[in-house]
Design a protein around this ligand. Structure first.
Ligand code: IDP
Ligand code: MG
Length: 149
């Protein structure tokens, strides 16, 4: 089954949105297979966001993402990469639809609460950056038979 990497950013942790955000994914039906509260090193931040090196917002992004603890997670489910991006909403919270996490909880792009992988190759890369294989749990949700036809 497909997996994706999701991270509640320092603003989401500071604003006590961890529980609400995880609840949305759990209730949608996605399975939490890994989770940890951690502070990102500058090296890991640089690796994670290497596609953005040289952009105008890069330095502020590095400062933001290393400014406090993040909640890193791996979710599993059918088409989970694109489905989680839909639940997360557009990058700019003012443009994100109501009902999405960014649309409901944020205002500015530089404080947009959450990260989610944008493709299957990205999710493979990002899961590998943040989690060791033994930190991911294999189990079946008890409601699996009611989530999948
Ligand atoms: P995404 O998180 O929706 O995939 P990306 O374009 O990959 O968006 O940008 C990564 C992150 O960089 C964003 O989530 C946001 O935190 C930050 N970012 C992107 N564009 C801007 C900007 O114009 N100003 C400030 N921060 C930005
Ligand atoms: Mg991105």
């Amino acid at each position: 089954m497909e997996r994706t990497f999701v991270m509640i950013k320092p603003d989401g942790v500071q604003r006590c949105l961890v529980g609400k955000v995880i609840q949305r994914f759990e209730e949608k039906g996605f399975k939490l297979v890994g989770a940890k509260l951690m502070t990102i090193s500058p090296e890991l931040a640089g690796e994670h966001y290497k596609e953005h090196v040289g952009k105008g917002f890069y330095n502020s992004l590095m400062e933001y993402i290393t400014s406090g603890p993040v909640m890193a997670m791996v979710l599993e489910g059918k088409d989970v990469v694109s489905a989680v991006r839909t639940v997360v909403g557009k990058t700019n919270p003012l443009e994100a639809s109501p009902g999405t996490i960014r649309g409901d909880f944020g205002i500015e792009t530089g404080r947009n609460i959450i990260h989610a992988s944008d493709s299957v190759p990205s999710s493979d890369r990002e899961i590998g950056l943040f989690f060791k294989p033994e930190e991911l749990q294999g189990y079946e949700r008890i409601d699996n038979v009611w989530l999948y036809e």
